[in-house]
Design a protein around this ligand. Structure first.
Ligand code: ADP
Length: 466
């Protein structure tokens, strides 16, 4: 590219110089012709003034032409009908045979306009000549001719001057072309080098501005794109880390019940456990561990479903109260087991949402209220509306969540009291699922808790249908 710019630049300069020199030569040539014509006219008038047409015109002309400076001129005197009276360019004896000059261009013009000019090759004296003719007061035609090469006279002087000019200009243009080419190619090379960094695993690049606006438009677009890609790559990397962490946590969580189940099964198989009540106890433990695995797998499936954004979620309009009754009836046995009272207060509301998601959300919050409660404790659920928001408040009189843990309880597999959670069949995913569902609807969740006093979750979901 640098070479191409350089070559083009030099060509343009060369052409411009040639064109300007040519125009200059043409203009000078034209000017010179006019000046020579004027000069010839002046001389013609002077000769006319000096001539005595009644005397020996031939002799007079010879004398005029012998004056210094007039050696090269040829003077012809013609009668009005074109006959040659005298001509110092042709020997006397030949003058008799000279043809009638009436037809000459300059003579014709002089007869018509008083003065006339012409340029042509004189076959009489074998030279390119410039002719000027005037009609005198006496009616003669006085003609003057000088050798005239027109533009060629000038070219002889102009060509060396033009060549020197071209040489100087070319030398300067080489230098300028080199600088211009470099000023264009350097930014391009730098941009290319910066872009190549992407190949080397550097997604974020930043390019400086140059003095060419056209380049800066590209640079701005690349910088913006690079910043976006950088952000996107970071996001992907973060997602990859979260996913990896999730899988390793999930497999670890699944390993525990599997190990227990395997242990009890091996003991039962070995025949060492013979007492029926111990055998029954072992079978019960196997069932509990299997239930824990089922819960865990269900929660993992739920999370991955919520994270797969392109899965179609069926939205329907339904009354909230019957759904709450369903959830309550499924958790009542558990509440009874733990001696917890569940109280509900619910406005008759119609919502548009996914039934399974709302069930999951309510059941997770209510089950936590029961699990992390105290004997004879209470779990209270109130459902109200505020414009298009349904407000669900689940509060309990339980163990509460310490301040420092409140921020983290929504993280996957985070448990404040691991032992208690596991004993209660907790997976550590419940609140994370709740948070996912809330954000799916663009809602909000607030947690207020005091250790040993209780916990309140307030959820706002913009799902009110009427
Ligand atoms: P888990 O399956 O362990 O209950 P969650 O994600 O539902 O998992 O909750 C995470 C942790 O938050 C629980 O392990 C528990 O320590 C704490 N937690 C959740 N809800 C309550 C509550 N209502 N009262 C006290 N602690 C709670």
């Amino acid at each position: 590219m640098k070479k191409a710019i350089f070559r083009k630049f030099v060509w343009i300069i060369l052409l411009a110089l040639l064109a300007s020199n040519l125009v200059f030569c043409l203009m000078m040539g034209g000017r010179n012709l006019r000046q020579t014509e004027e000069d010839l006219l002046d001389r013609l008038y002077m000769i006319d003034y000096a001539l005595d047409y009644t005397g020996d015109v031939e002799q007079e002309i010879q004398e005029i032409c012998s004056i210094e400076g007039n050696e090269n001129i040829r003077v012809t005197v013609l009668t009005a009908d074109g006959e040659v009276l005298a001509d110092n360019g042709v020997p006397d004896d030949e003058q008799e045979q000279m043809e009638n000059h009436l037809g000459r261009e300059e003579v014709q013009q002089a007869l018509k306009e008083g003065r006339g000019f012409a340029q042509r090759y004189s076959s009489t004296i074998h030279q390119q000549m410039l002719y000027a003719a005037v009609q005198t007061e006496e009616g003669y035609i006085l003609r003057l001719a000088v050798p005239y090469e027109g533009l060629f006279t000038y070219l002889r002087i102009l060509i060396p001057a033009a060549l020197t000019g071209i040489a100087v200009a070319m030398a300067a243009s080489f230098f300028m072309a080199e600088r211009l080419a470099r000023s264009i190619t350097t930014p391009l090379n730098e941009i290319a080098a910066e872009l190549r960094k992407v190949d080397k695993g550097e997604p974020e690049i930043f390019m400086k501005h140059y003095r060419y606006d056209e380049l800066n438009v590209i640079i701005d677009a690349v910088n913006q794109m690079s910043a976006e890609i950088g952000g996107y790559v970071k996001k992907l990397e973060l997602e990859r880390i979260i996913r990896q962490e999730f899988f390793s946590n999930a497999s670890h969580e699944l390993k525990t019940p599997i190990t227990s189940i395997k242990g009890y099964t091996e003991l039962l198989e070995s025949g060492l456990v013979t007492k029926p009540d111990v055998q029954k106890d072992f079978l019960g433990r196997i069932e509990t561990e299997a239930d824990r695995m089922t819960n865990l797998i269900n929660d993992i499936l739920m999370i991955s479903k919520l994270e797969t954004k392109d899965v179609q979620v069926e939205m329907t309009k339904f009354q909230i109260y019957p759904l709450i009754e369903d959830v309550l009836s499924s958790i009542t046995p558990m509440a009874n087991d733990y001696g917890i009272k569940v109280v509900t207060e619910c406005k008759p509301l119609t919502v548009k949402a996914n039934v399974q998601q709302i069930q999951e959300l309510l059941s997770n919050l209510l089950v936590n209220g029961i699990k992390y409660n105290k004997p004879d404790g209470i779990v209270r659920l109130t459902v109200t509306a505020d414009q298009e928001d349904m407000i669900l408040v689940v509060s309990d009189t339980g163990v509460g969540i310490p301040k420092e843990a409140q921020r983290r309880v929504f993280e996957r597999f985070y448990r404040v009291d691991k032992g208690r959670s596991k004993k209660m069949g907790g997976t550590g995913l419940g609140l994370s699922i709740v948070k996912h569902i809330v954000s799916y609807y663009g809602g909000s969740i607030k947690l207020e808790s005091q250790v040993d006093v209780g916990t309140t979750f307030t959820v706002r979901l913009p799902v009110i249908a009427e």
